[in-house]
Design a protein around this ligand. Sequence first.
Ligand code: G4P
Length: 280
Amino acid sequence: MDINWYPGHMTGAKRKMQEDIKLCDVVIELLDSRIPRGSKNPDLTTLAAQKKRVLILNKADMADDEITGQWKKYYEDEGYYVVLMDSRNRKQTLKITDVVRTACKDKIERDKKRGIIAPRPIKAMVAGIPNVGKSTFINSYVGKATAKTGNKPGVTRGNQWIRISKDINLLDTPGILWPKIESEETGLSLAFIGSINDNILELTELAYRMIIRVEELYPGRVLKYYELDDSEVKEDILYKIAEYKKCVKKGSEPDIEKTAKLVIDDLRQGRLGRLSLEKP
Ligand code: G4P
């Protein structure tokens, strides 16, 4: 599958990110808990290597609890502070304040020792690829609609500083992807979670590949959901799902494109249950 996912405006955004990272004490990166490796921006890993780093395993409510627990440990062992989260839940997002303070305890101690009466607030950058839930997180955390939400990967916003408390300022950055996605599997995962604009994807192929992937990891999950008798996924599965969903064009011909969209949506919205597509 040939995916051209890197719109020109993202190059500029990366340059801006590089400059902004220099201003910050800590970088908070949101990952999608269903693909914690695939949704982690390698550019950011390099650019923020010298900073304190917090990872939010977002949409944890949509992933396999046990595997998400393994990812938490994996990234903690790499030196990250890791928080599991459902960003739609404000209470959960508020945990970040303590995590940021803990991550920046050296700075806080240093300021104290120097006797600074009004220390400079901690500057925390918030980053994440499109559709990872960054706006949802910021809106919940800040408590009002400051960040724009929407399901349009590739639509950038300007960077924005947000005052959280007298000791923490957040820098909201646009959701960007990196120029070269190393494997087709990662490309597929990113398409799966809706981080690559659907307009540039071949949806029937994507749906088919998504079904195969889920069936490999969770045998029977897709077949059972669409009440198919088959013991394995066959090439005509979209036709069978079209029949099951009564998804037909005029003249009773199955509407495969529409069926593909339905399947993709069912999987993305978690209707087939919690899924983790990657293991550490
Ligand atoms: P972005 O800024 O990173 O691009 O993502 P955004 O916040 O717009 O979120 C993308 C979608 O993911 C939204 O759903 C949002 O509700 C959902 N979302 C964000 N965080 C979580 C989470 O922790 N758990 C779950 N289950 N969903 C989350 P949408 O369908 O595009 O819109 P809507 O449902 O808000 O109408």
